[in-house]
Design a protein. Sequence first.
Length: 254
Amino acid sequence: MDILTSKENGILTIEFNRLEKKNAITAAMYQTMVDALKDAESDSAVRAILFTGKPQIFSAGNDLEDFMKNRPTGSDSPVFQFLWQISHASKPLVAAVAGAAVGIGTTLLMHCDLVYAADNARFSMPFTQLGLCPEAASSLILPQIAGYQRAAEKLLLGEAFTAEEAASMGLVNKVLPAEELLAFAQAQAAKLVALPAASIRVTKRLMKGGQTAEVEARMAQEIEHFGAMLAAPEAAEAFTAFFERRKPDFSKFC
Ligand SMILES: C/C=C/C(=O)SCCNC(=O)CCNC(=O)[C@H](O)C(C)(C)COP(=O)(O)OP(=O)(O)OC[C@H]1O[C@@H](n2cnc3c(N)ncnc32)[C@H](O)[C@@H]1OP(=O)(O)O
C-alpha cells in the first residue's frame, strides 16, 4: 500500500508509504487519499487529520512518470480532486514533514492548519524547473503568507529551502528535532480532537471561508495552465532529463 490510512483516537492519519520512489504520488495514491478524506468528512468519529511521510522523506511530489503516462486533464482528475478535498476540508489538517517535500509535497501544506517540520525538512516548488506553473492555489496563498518577493523567489527559481526558512516565511508553525516530530504533531492533533468539534469547525470556516471562492478560482486558472504546460515540450524535456539524471536544456524553447 503506497498510502497508509488509519483511524485512531479521533485522528485519521494519512501516511505516504512509497519510500523506494521517495513517496512520489501517483494518480492511484491521490484517489486513495480522496476516498479517505471524503470518508473522514462524513465520519463524526474523525476530528482531525494528520498527514505524514517517512523520517527520510515527506514526498517527492507528483510521480513524474505517472504525469507523462496519465496526464491529468481537468478538475475531475485525482490530483485536482485531492486538492479540492484538502482546500475544502471542514476538519483540521495537521502535517508532520521530515526530509524533502517537493512540489505538491510543499503546496499541500498551504491547506493544512498546523504544519510541523523536522530540522531535516527541505521544501521546494520546482514548477518552473519542470516547465510547469504553480498549483494548489500556491500562486495566491504563498504571496499572502510569505510576501511577494519571498514567494517569487521560491516559485520562480524553485530552489529548495530549509525548515527554518519555511518557519520564518509562515509556512511552518514549528521546527523540531527529527526524533520528536511525529509525537509532537500527534499530540497537537490530539488537542484538536479533545476540543469541541463544532468550535473547531466554525473557527476554521471563519478563518478560511472568506477566501474559498478566490482559492477555487485560482486553482481553476492554475489547472488550465498546468494541463497545457504538461503537454508542452519543455515539460517533456524536464521529465526526460530527470530520469536520464542530466540537466534539462531549455535553450531551444522561447
Ligand atoms: C501537481 C503536482 C506537481 C508536482 O508535485 S511537481 C514536482 C514533481 N517532483 C519532482 O520534480 C521531484 C523529483 N525528485 C527529486 O528531485 C529527487 O528524487 C529527490 C530530491 C526528491 C530525492 O533525491 P534522491 O535522494 O537523490 O533520490 P533519487 O535517486 O532522485 O530518487 C530515488 C528513486 O525515486 C524516483 N523518484 C523520485 N522522485 C520521483 C518523482 N517525482 N516521480 C517519479 N519517480 C521519482 C527516482 O526516479 C528513483 O527511482 P529509481 O531508484 O528507480 O532510479
